[in-house]
Design a protein around this ligand. Structure first.
Ligand code: NAP
Length: 321
């Protein structure tokens, strides 16, 4: 693979820290490194906030009993900007290393150059990979309740999945929908007990277990799904007005020659200081291989990565003094 080369303009600005991704991990890294007076830029392709910006409500981030995801995301961004973090809305294409040891990041708005990189690119929704899903994406098939829930006022929607996201976002959808049917492939949910209890108590929610979705039906818009009970083998058709897919996530990584090592699932492996396999490159938040993907663990990762980057820069200064 031909890597975009890191042609250095000797007059180009050199950042101490370049953060890729503007979710809780990236914004926390931004707060810590800007506060440490390191020249820091955060590159984000769309909106800051990452997944939390499209989460209805959050009730397990310490200090906030219940806060909308969007509000928490905005608070984090303002907090980081208060310390001087520069945020640029650019899509990162690739990273590379120049002969003088600095890193380059090629983006949709030009090249950035710096001494360290913190990757906080997060995750993207996993898709079912069944007939009709791709064709009807955005036409009744959604991966974001907060973005699209409003369009299903007094309608019947289905949520596919059995984890925290499926039950939490399913509950959020009951604000609009008349009925939310959760379809899960097993007879037990993976979601934490409190979310299960809330969902079971919600009169607008119903549950179809041991069932997989085989096809999404509809011409211009999704109208239903072909379902199969995996225990009885029985096939049925369920008519719904909308389908929300919450079956887990995949890491957001880009294909470059210079890419840190990952686990079997593609998540970036780090040590407890957030060091990746490449010295000077750190990973933090959901894109990192780890047990628990939460806002509380993402912010801890982000803070640790920023401190590790700071120490790396200090060592570089001593080395070349
Ligand atoms: P997840 O925990 O990986 O759950 C995915 C669910 O989808 C599982 O129930 C899984 O079934 C099911 N599934 C996977 N592939 C499937 C397929 N091909 N067809 C049908 N079903 C499929 O994903 P998540 O709920 O998106 O959560 C991701 C992470 O974010 C987790 O660490 C979670 O704890 C965290 N999170 C936390 C909160 C919170 O704290 N408030 C909210 C949302 C997410 P099986 O159970 O059978 O494998």
């Amino acid at each position: 693979m031909n890597e975009p080369s890191c042609n250095i303009d000797q007059n180009s600005e050199i950042f101490d820290v370049m953060i890729v991704g503007g979710g809780p991990a990236g914004l926390t890294a931004g707060i810590y490194s800007s506060r440490a007076m390191l020249k820091t830029v955060l590159l984000e392709k769309a909106l800051t906030g990452g997944q939390i910006a499209s989460t209805g409500y959050i009730d397990n981030y310490p200090g906030f009993r219940r806060i909308s995801g969007m509000e928490l995301a905005q608070n984090m961004e303002e907090h980081a900007k208060d310390f001087g973090l520069e945020i640029q809305l650019c899509e990162v294409q690739c990273i590379s290393k120049s002969e003088d040891g600095t890193f380059c990041i090629n983006t949709s708005c030009g090249q950035y150059r710096g001494r360290t990189i913190i990757l906080t690119t997060g995750v993207k929704p996993r898709s079912l990979g069944i007939p009709g899903e791709k064709e009807l994406r955005g036409k009744g098939v959604s991966y974001c309740a907060i973005c699209d829930g409003f369009f299903y006022k007094d309608k019947h929607v289905a949520v596919i999945g059995g984890g925290d996201s499926a039950l939490e976002e399913g509950e959020y959808l009951t604000k609009f929908a008349s009925k939310v049917t959760v379809i899960h492939r097993r007879d037990e949910f993976r979601a934490v007990k409190i979310l299960q209890e809330r969902a079971f108590e919600n009169p607008k929610m119903e549950f179809v277990l041991d069932t997989v979705v085989e096809e999404i039906i509809g011409d211009d818009f999704a109208t239903g799904m072909k379902l199969k009970n995996i225990k009885t083998g029985e096939s049925t058709v369920m008519n719904v007005d909308g389908i929300f897919v919450y079956i887990g996530t995949l890491p957001n990584t880009f294909i470059c020659q210079l890419h840190p090592a990952t686990d079997d699932m593609g998540y970036i492996t780090t040590d407890d200081k957030m060091n990746t396999s490449i010295p000077g490159i750190y990973a933090a938040g959901d894109v990192r291989s780890k047990l628990l993907r939460q806002i509380s663990t993402a912010v801890g990762d982000g803070a640790t990565a920023a401190v590790s980057a700071e120490r790396f820069i200090e060592e570089l200064k001593h080395k070349y003094k």
